[in-house]
Design a protein around this ligand. Structure first.
Ligand SMILES: [Fe+2]
Length: 362
C-alpha cells in the first residue's frame, strides 16, 4: 500500500475564494479530496501532502541550520539544556527520551502478539537522539494549565535562529490547519471542528538530530516504537530515510517521503476526538539499508551525517475539552474516550513515563 500525496493547492484556492464570498459549498471533487484525506489518516495513520506555501527550499533552510547546530560540540549544546524546566524548551541530549514501549506493559503485550515480520526493532534503552524544543504561536493569557514562564532558548552564533524557527513553525501550522479542515469535512464534521480547538494550543517545533557517524549501524533505533500524544505531527522530508509506520491493519511499512512533500501523522488527540475512528499511528525511526545508502552518498558529497527531522507537534489547546465530536459521540466506542481537558490528558500521558513537561512525543 502506498500513501497518496494530497496536493493542498485546490483546497487552499477554494478557501481563499470562500472567505471572500461567504459561501461554503464544496464542489464534489473537493469533497472527494477531503474524503481521501480522512480515509488515508484512518487506514494508515499518516498522510503525505504538498503545500505550495512550503517548499523544498524552506525545508532545506531549516535542516541546514539544524545540522549546523547539532554538529556543534556537546559542551556547546548543553548550554541550551534546561533539565529544571523538564526539557520543555531548549535541547534534550541523547539518552534522555525513553520510548514508551520500554515502559508500557500493555504495548509490550501487543508487540509479543504481532507476527515476527511486523514487530518493531528491539530496544535496549533510551533513544540516542538529540532534540531541540521551541514553542510556536500564541498561548492563552488565562489558562488552568500554565506552562512554566520560560524564555525561548536561542544558541549563540546563530543570528538566523529566531526567524528560521518562526518561519518553519508557522508554515507547518498552516499546513496542519488545512489538513485538519479537510479531514474534518471528510469525517463528516464541521470544517472548523478540529481547527477551532487548536487555537492557542501548545504547539511545539521539536526537530531531532541523530549522529549517524556514531550510530549509523543497521538496526540502531533512534526513536523506539511509540505513538505521539498530540493531535497531528508534521515533518518535512528528512535527508536520511528510516521511518517505519504501522497501518491500521497491523502491517509495518517504511515511509518514503517525496522531495517537496510533508509527512503528517495522527496522534492520540485525534483518536480521542473521533472515538477511535482514526487511531494514533504507531511508528519508529531505525537505521535501515536505505539509511546506510544515504550515509554513503552524504560521505561522497561531503555532507553532514546528522539526521535531522523537522518535526512540529500540533496540539489541541490545553483548556479545550477532548471528547468525541459530532456523530462520533454516538459511536459504541465513545465511552472509551471520556471528556477531559487536553492539558490534563497530556499531563496524564507524561506521568506514565515519568517525564512531566510539555513534550509532544514520547
Ligand atoms: Fe513520534
Amino acid at each position: 500500500m502506498e500513501i497518496p500525496v494530497i496536493d493542498l493547492a485546490p483546497y487552499l484556492e477554494f478557501s481563499l475564494k470562500f472567505s471572500d464570498s461567504g459561501k461554503e459549498e464544496f464542489d464534489p471533487q473537493l469533497k472527494c479530496l477531503c474524503s481521501e484525506v480522512s480515509r488515508t489518516l484512518r487506514e494508515t495513520g499518516a498522510l503525505l501532502v504538498k503545500d505550495p506555501r512550503c517548499t523544498a527550499q524552506d525545508n532545506d533552510l531549516f535542516i541546514d541550520m539544524m545540522e549546523k547546530y547539532f554538529e556543534m560540540p556537546d559542551d556547546f549544546k548543553r548550554l541550551q539544556e534546561r533539565p529544571h524546566l523538564h526539557y520543555q524548551v531548549g535541547v534534550t541530549p541523547e539518552g534522555v527520551e525513553v520510548p514508551r514501549s520500554l515502559v508500557d506493559e500493555e504495548i509490550q503485550e501487543k508487540l509479543r502478539a504481532m507476527p515476527i515480520e511486523f514487530q518493531p526493532s528491539a530496544l535496549t534503552g533510551p533513544d540516542p537522539k538529540w532534540r531541540f524544543m521551541s514553542r510556536v504561536g500564541p498561548r492563552p493569557s488565562n489558562t488552568r494549565f500554565k506552562e512554566l514562564n520560560s524564555e525561548p532558548v536561542i544558541p549563540e552564533g546563530f543570528p538566523e535562529w529566531k526567524d528560521t524557527m518562526n518561519s518553519w513553525g508557522h508554515k507547518m501550522i498552516s499546513a496542519i490547519e488545512a489538513v485538519a479542515e479537510m479531514a474534518a469535512i471528510g469525517f463528516g464534521l464541521q470544517k472548523a471542528a478540529f481547527t477551532s480547538l487548536m487555537k492557542q494550543g501548545p504547539h511545539l517545533l521539536a526537530p531531532t538530530g541523530s549522529d549517524l557517524r556514531r550510530h549509523g549501524q543497521v538496526g540502531t533505533v533512534f526513536a523506539g516504537y511509540h505513538y505521539d500524544l498530540n493531535f497531528l505531527t508534521i515533518h518535512g522530508r528528512s535527508r536520511f530515510p528510516g521511518l517505519n509506520i504501522w497501518l491500521r491493519n497491523g502491517q509495518k511499512m517504511e515511509v518514503k517521503v517525496p522531495v517537496g512533500c510533508l509527512l503528517i501523522q495522527t496522534g492520540k488527540q485525534i483518536e480521542w476526538l473521533t472515538a477511535g475512528d482514526c487511531i494514533a499511528g504507531m511508528h519508529e525511526v531505525v537505521v535501515t539499508n536505505r539509511t546506510t545508502d544515504a550515509i554513503k552518498l552524504a560521505l561522497e558529497q561531503n555532507r553532514s551525517l546528522w539526521r535531522v527531522s523537522s518535526t512540529l507537534f500540533a496540539h489541541i489547546a490545553s483548556d479545550a475539552v477532548l471528547k468525541p465530536l459530532g456523530h462520533f459521540a454516538e459511536s459504541p466506542l465513545a465511552s472509551k474516550y471520556p471528556p477531559m481537558h487536553a492539558g490534563e490528558f497530556v499531563e496524564q500521558e507524561l506521568a506514565v513515563i515519568n517525564l512531566k513537561g510539555s513534550k509532544g512525543d514520547l
